[in-house]
Design a protein around this ligand. Structure first.
Ligand code: AVI
Length: 335
């Protein structure tokens, strides 16, 4: 019997822009370690083990943001679908396993899906699997470091000719200082393009009592402590440094005037850390007992403060949805 012709299977397109630059990484890390208040960008929390530990954090009873945001999408998904443009290019910033965006395909009916992360290799498996489930949807994987601003490569900008729906869930905007968040949101506004109806759907963690926040960033099981301490293993790997884990303790405290959780690693005793900079020169940093390495800020916003930030970045016609306890909010903002 003749076989019915089968549809050729669509495959995702992949574009890798980010190239790891070992010398630039060593320079950035050396510069941070030698400051009066030593610091390190939170992006270094996410090596392979750090990414797994972060996934575990999202399951912790104390870490409310992930499940609260999911509850807001479940309760208000229909209202969101009515607000966002139909048939849009859905651009998923920090897509990871793509699960959050994929859960919205049914309601939002995008014409095209662009998953953005630092490396297309992180996206490949998830996108290939999603493509089999949604054979008609055009899919792209884009590997860029958008932490210093988002810039869509020409081939994707050309493919995304209609309205664009930029999607930035998870309250990762909180890991930018307010000034850096403004610069980043301005770049997202530009990436929305000029088609009618485009905009940004973004999750943001709200200001609340210090006890709830400090528990969320210093859980009883010690997973966040492990996540923070793992940064030292990552630095040992990247720099050939000699951080010893037992010499360090995890700290997380809420600064009520800056509205942010600060994560630090505190030296338990006076010690010296050694490493090699980008030119192979031996460097060292003395830490006195109690001195810290600042590893992350997680800024919390009021509804009014975040609305003002979005407007300063060029967005308008804002809508937001929250949970009953007003712990977390999802904003829709037109470009
Ligand atoms: C990824 N980001 C939104 C998390 C946060 O809550 O700031 C990272 C994190 N750090 C400690 N726990 C979770």
């Amino acid at each position: 019997m003749p076989q019915a012709p089968t549809q050729p299977l669509r495959t995702p397109h992949f574009v890798q822009v980010y190239r790891e630059d070992q010398a630039a990484l060593r320079r950035e890390l050396t510069d941070g370690l030698l400051q009066a208040q030593p610091h390190c960008s939170p992006k270094f929390l996410y090596d392979a083990l750090g990414s797994r530990l972060f996934e575990a954090i999202t399951e912790l009873p104390e870490y409310y943001p992930t499940r609260t945001e999911a509850g807001i999408f479940a309760a208000h998904g229909q209202a969101m679908a009515e607000a966002v443009p139909a048939g849009a290019t859905l651009v998923d910033l920090g897509a990871g396993n793509c699960n959050k965006a994929a859960a919205l395909f049914g309601r939002f009916q995008p014409a095209r899906y662009v998953a953005v992360d630092i490396s297309v290799e992180f996206l490949r498996g998830a996108l290939e699997c999603l493509q089999r489930q949604h054979p008609a949807l055009e899919m792209w994987g884009l590997g860029v470091d958008f932490s210093a601003g988002l810039n869509l490569p020409t081939e994707i900008a050309q493919a995304a000719s209609g309205p664009r729906l930029l999607f930035y869930p998870g309250s990762s905007i909180g890991n930018f200082t307010p000034e850096a968040a403004l610069g980043f949101l301005r770049s997202v506004h530009a990436a929305c393009g000029t088609a009618q109806g485009s905009g940004l759907l973004i999750g943001v963690d709200l200001v609340k009592d210090a006890a709830t926040l400090e528990a969320a960033y210093d859980d009883a099981l010690g997973v966040t402590a492990a996540f923070n301490l793992n940064l030292l293993l990552h630095l040992n790997h990247l720099l050939g440094a000699d951080f010893q884990l037992p010499d360090w303790r995890h700290l997380a405290s809420y600064d009520t005037s800056l509205h942010r959780i600060e994560m630090h690693l505190q030296a338990r005793r006076s010690l010296t850390v050694n490493w090699q900079d980008e030119s192979g020169q031996q460097r060292q940093r003395r830490f006195m007992a109690g001195q810290t390495l600042h590893t992350e800020n997680s800024c919390k916003w009021t509804l009014e403060g975040f609305a003002t930030l979005l407007q300063r970045a060029g967005f308008h016609s804002l809508q937001h949805w929250t949970d009953e306890a007003r712990r977390f909010a999802v904003f829709w903002a037109r470009a």
